[in-house]
Write a protein that binds this ligand. Structure first.
Ligand SMILES: [Zn+2]
Length: 133
């Protein structure tokens, strides 16, 4: 079981890294080595950060996606990937295959879309909003 899960995680990591490469390319970065994450030296990292900052204004949507991708990769590293960050339930693999950077399960995503303003407060205040339905 554990081995199978590890393989899935690896597959998602590849999906995320591929998508990240696409986003970076559309943001105007030179193609990054998808298989060699972590190969960048300190100086390259600084350069990328600066480029990211410049692109932020030019390409906000792509940049947002990049942030989602980076966050998903962080969760992968921390072993929290595939867990809804709002309700702590597993996100169905069907959803992850379509949306590998998904942060929330479907009910939570819908809830957040209907209550956009709440999202900012979400992290620290679980339970303070009564469910109406
Ligand atoms: Zn959820």
């Amino acid at each position: 079981m554990q081995g199978r899960k590890q393989m899935q995680i690896h597959a998602y990591q590849q999906l995320l890294l591929n998508e990240k490469a696409n986003v970076l390319a559309s943001l105007g970065f030179r193609p990054v080595a998808v298989a060699g994450e972590g190969r960048l030296g300190e100086e390259d990292q600084a350069q990328v950060s600066n480029d990211e900052f410049v692109s932020l204004r030019l390409n906000n949507l792509e940049y947002q996606k990049l942030r989602l991708l980076n966050a998903a990769l962080d969760r992968l590293r921390e072993g929290e990937y595939g867990i809804c960050t709002r309700c702590d339930k597993p996100i169905p693999s069907r959803r992850l295959q379509v949306l590998p950077w998904a942060k929330y399960c479907v009910p939570c995503q819908e809830h957040i879309m209907l209550n956009e303003a709440e999202e900012e407060f979400d992290a620290s205040s679980s339970g303070s909003f009564d469910e109406v339905h």
